[in-house]
Design a protein around this ligand. Structure first.
Ligand code: ADP
Ligand code: MG
Length: 322
């Protein structure tokens, strides 16, 4: 199959048709119209076989996750995702693989309201790279740098299940079938918090998505905002499966330092607690207060357990950002 027919067959018409798209797939470059009151927010994420995913991960899961991790970056900025481009490096022209990949990408992109407007297709070791572009009203983008002493630290939904799933796939932890199916879903089908990110415009003083681990990522907010974040691990929201794991000898390490959950961590003024609780109810996304922004200390993160200070384990994954 030539590169041309491959693109024709699998990369056209993916996602929704947007009114601000002037030219999509088919020309040398895509053209989009950015409305005058909006800023364009751009990010790219790459997934390499053997580094970011195992060889046996299904193409439909890869397509979903590639889009999800990109949507999550838009969520973290408070941007509305609009367009994606896709750089595909494939070892061979495997039609069954491409069909499964493109069908899954189409349904996930349609669901998210984004449009695939271009890309590149090359031969080589399996590597998937997606760029995403979103819109946010001028001045409303949420950065990592806005946290101030005295504010609350929040996290969406629960953390730790994707890291539990990785342990399950490595055979380090065993769970019954329904529990392992549930955590594997968290790993392969994370739910980016796009609606939440947009709703947090004007409320969150800083935000990011948790891809590398809760503490490691919150440390980025601390550093960019020149503060420290005091987090109480007993307040960190975990699933009922994670609680079961805790009651069977597990600890908080995976919830604090495992990655891949794609929840949002953010800070906000304590006067906005009710607004945030209302948002949680409106969007049906649990939002949990896990700590406070404090004056900058030697460590970007100060960990407590039930109010008592805890020595930070060097394995918690953020020390190298010091
Ligand atoms: P060029 O050689 O000018 O870079 P290509 O032949 O690579 O163009 O691509 C032709 C068209 O197909 C372009 O509009 C490009 O954006 C699109 N395209 C190529 N690969 C992909 C892909 N994997 N996903 C989406 N669009 C693609
Ligand atoms: Mg090309």
């Amino acid at each position: 199959m030539s590169e041309f027919s491959l693109i024709e067959q699998y990369c056209q018409g993916i996602g929704v048709e947007l009114e601000h798209t002037i030219v999509g797939v088919g020309d040398d470059a895509a053209v989009v119209q950015v409305p005058p009151e909006m800023q364009l927010v751009v990010s790219v994420d790459t997934m390499v076989e053997g580094v970011h995913f195992a060889t046996d991960v299904r193409p439909e899961d890869l397509a979903y996750k590639l889009l999800a991790v990109n949507l999550s970056d838009m969520a973290a900025m408070g941007a509305e995702p609009k367009w994606v481009t896709l750089a595909l490096t494939l070892p061979s022209e495997n039609a069954a693989w491409l069909r499964a990949f493109s069908q899954s990408l189409n349904s996930a992109a349609s669901h998210a309201g984004v449009q695939l407007i271009g890309g590149d297709t090359t031969k080589g070791p399996l590597c998937l790279s997606m760029q995403i572009m979103g819109l946010c009203p001028i001045g409303k983008v949420i950065y990592r740098s806005g946290s101030q002493t005295g504010e609350d630290v929040w996290v969406s939904n629960t953390v730790g299940d994707a890291a539990l799933a990785l342990q399950v796939t490595k055979g380090e932890i065993s769970l019954d079938k329904s529990a392992s199916d549930h955590v594997l879903r968290a790993l392969h089908r994370p739910m980016p918090q796009v609606a939440l990110g947009m709703a947090l415009r004007g409320i969150a003083t800083a935000a990011l998505d948790i891809s590398d681990g809760l503490l490691a990522d919150l440390a980025h907010i601390a550093e960019r905002s020149a503060v420290s974040l005091q987090v109480d691990q007993s307040l960190v929201p975990v699933s009922s499966i994670y609680k079961y794991y805790l009651s069977n000898g597990g600890d908080y390490t995976l919830a604090l330092s495992g990655g891949d959950d794609y929840q949002l961590g953010f800070t906000a003024d304590s006067a906005d607690r009710q607004r945030i609780n209302d948002l949680a109810e409106l969007l049906c996304v649990p939002l949990t207060r896990i700590g406070q922004v404090i004056e900058q200390q030697a460590s970007p993160i100060v960990l407590l357990d039930g109010g008592k200070s805890v020595k930070l384990d060097p394995d918690l994954g953020f020390q190298h950002f010091n």
